[in-house]
Write a protein that binds this ligand. Structure first.
Ligand code: HEM
Ligand SMILES: *[C@@H]1O[C@H](CO)[C@@H](O)[C@H](O)[C@H]1NC(C)=O
Ligand SMILES: *[C@@H]1O[C@H](CO)[C@@H](O)[C@H](O)[C@H]1NC(C)=O
Length: 499
């Protein structure tokens, strides 16, 4: 008798163990097949619209397997609160992949690095020179000068008021100049400036290689990784040349100026601050370059997409243009719009908000990641999952918004009064174009006034219209792994308003 019990013991123990270790409940999701997971079903294009459709079948949190990788998709405000705020530490890392490891030097940057001491230090060091009200006040005159140059250029050519131009190109130069003057106290002379051509080319190659779907197979299926070596070499080569470009033409120039001035040197731009932190031993020379790289990636194109969207919607909604003009005339009584009076122009601000709502430039936010196994909505999220919050769907779900597919700034003065992108006070987790919490966008403090100012300047100088023969501008969208931009860069007629 005791013998038979003894022989059964291992079996009993095994059964008990496997009951207690039964994988606690994973979030629902489509059935996956070995090796590929759900990849063949869902395809490469994880668009915000497609993920929103899946959420109607699988609920507010669901799991997709992309090869061996786990992707958790969050589609409801309360769970967004959990990921971004309540469990912000647990979900505060960023997923890595073979390509991003190259472009971030294995996490020596800030935007894509894991949550921890390095990230905290980088974010702290970047805050003072980039993300304070003092910086906004120091630079807003410069921003307005750069915008004034755009207005002058648009007024100069007859073609612009007859046939129209692709406005993106001129605004791109403006935004590079705004950011490079803040960073390095230097600017590009024109769209033909060889340095400008090189900078935009390096950055667009970086975007293309990082956002491409071409490398997914090697990322999702580790066995196939050897076949990526060509692609990865291309990335390494670009990254090496791109960082050298930032270093030789911009960072080194500041080092020379600092050295020449010696003791007398006054910190006069953001990178001076960053170099100062490096000379005090807080960060490395590499980190300095990765800060430059992060600003190039995070600040310029995002703001440019937002401008293109807003302008396209304004062209298609001339009444919104005239309401902005009326507001400026009534409130400012002939004085120009400046950063310091933007807060007196609620309709202008509502227009910026509405554009970011309808055309969320980073519709799934920058992906988050949990280093350890975590709980979400009663489910277990496996460690090192990529976690995306469908911010576009939170802001465009008809269950929560009145006619969400209409461009209607008035909503932010009427039924959505009080909903703000800025995390001052109560956060509305349906409206997160900049995210919220620890990993939220620190650039919001610059992006909102820059967007408000550029729209105010353009609308008060011009009637913006579709090119001859077109009723409306095409606002079809095109997405990458991160971004949501206008598919067809708009050609816009800028017809000067007679004063
Ligand atoms: C309209 C323009 C912009 C939009 C829509 C935008 C949006 C975002 C979003 C959604 C995130 C990720 C939030 C998250 O992971 O939860 C982010 C992160 C970030 N953004 Fe922006 N951004 C804009 C402009 C800027 C500008 C102008 C700068 C800098 C000058 C900037 C710097 C950053 C940085 C450094 C991060 C990484 C923060 C971190 O990981 O800790 N952004 N942005
Ligand atoms: C994805 O989740 C499953 C289930 O918990 C886990 O077994 C697997 O290791 C995870 N994959 C990766 C790459 O972490
Ligand atoms: C882009 O817009 C232009 C007019 O602005 C039009 O001629 C062209 O067909 C559009 N292209 C696409 C792909 O929609």
């Amino acid at each position: 008798m005791p013998w038979s019990l003894l022989t059964l013991l291992p079996l009993i123990l095994y059964v008990l163990r496997s009951i207690s270790k039964r994988p606690s409940s994973l979030p629902p999701g489509p059935r996956s097949i070995p090796i590929f997971g759900n990849w063949l079903q869902v395809g490469n294009d994880l668009s915000h619209r497609f993920l929103a459709t899946l959420s109607q079948t699988y609920g507010p949190v669901f799991l997709l397997k992309l090869g061996s990788k786990n992707l958790t998709v969050v589609s409801d405000p309360e769970l967004a609160n959990q990921v971004l705020h309540a469990q912000g530490v647990e979900f505060g890392s960023r997923p890595r992949n073979v390509v991003f490891d190259i472009f971030t030097g294995n996490g020596q940057d800030m935007v894509f690095t894991v949550y921890g001491d390095h990230w905290r230090k980088m974010r702290r060091i970047m805050t003072l020179p980039f993300f304070t009200n003092k910086v906004v006040h120091q630079y807003s005159d410069m921003w307005e000068d750069e915008m004034g140059l755009v207005v002058e250029d648009l007024k100069r050519e007859e073609r612009v008021r007859k046939e129209g131009i692709v406005i993106r190109k001129r605004l791109q130069l403006m935004l590079y100049n705004i950011m490079y003057r803040m960073m390095f106290d230097t600017k590009f002379q024109s769209q033909d400036d060889p340095l400008f051509i090189e900078a935009t080319s390096f950055n667009s190659q970086r975007s293309r290689l990082a956002q491409s779907f071409e490398y997914n197979y090697g990322d999702f299926i580790p066995l196939l990784r050897p076949f990526l070596s060509n692609y990865l070499n291309k990335c390494r080569d670009l990254q090496r040349r791109r960082l050298a470009f930032f270093n030789n033409y911009f960072v080194e120039k500041r080092r020379e100026i600092i050295a020449a001035n010696g003791e007398k040197h006054k910190i006069s731009c953001a990178i001076d601050h960053i170099i100062d932190a490096q000379m005090k031993g807080e960060i490395s020379e590499e980190n300095v370059l990765y800060i430059v790289e992060n600003i190039n990636v995070a600040a310029i194109e995002t703001t440019l997409w937002s401008m293109e969207w807003a302008i396209a919607e304004l062209v298609n909604h001339p009444t919104v243009q005239s309401k902005i003009r009326d507001e400026i005339a009534t409130v400012l009584k002939g004085n120009p719009v400046t950063e310091s009076n933007l807060h007196e122009l609620p309709y202008l601000q509502a227009t910026v908000k509405e554009s970011l709502r309808l055309h969320t430039p980073i519709p799934l936010l920058v992906p988050h990641m949990n280093l350890e196994e975590a709980k979400l909505g009663g489910y277990t999220i496996p460690s090192e999952s990529k976690v995306v919050v469908n911010a576009w769907w939170l802001a465009n779900n008809p269950a929560w918004w009145k006619n969400p597919d209409k461009f209607r700034p008035e909503r932010f003065l009427e039924e959505e009064y009080g909903t703000d992108a800025v995390a001052g006070g109560k956060v509305d987790f349906r409206y997160l174009p900049f995210g919220v919490g620890r990993r939220s966008c620190p650039g919001i403090i610059l992006a909102l006034p820059i967007l408000g100012l550029v729209i105010a300047k353009l609308v008060s100088s011009f009637e913006m219209k579709a090119p001859p023969g077109l009723e409306k501008i095409d606002v079809s969208e095109e997405g990458g792994q991160f971004s949501l931009h206008i598919a067809n860069h708009s050609t816009v007629v800028f017809d000067p308003i007679k004063a």
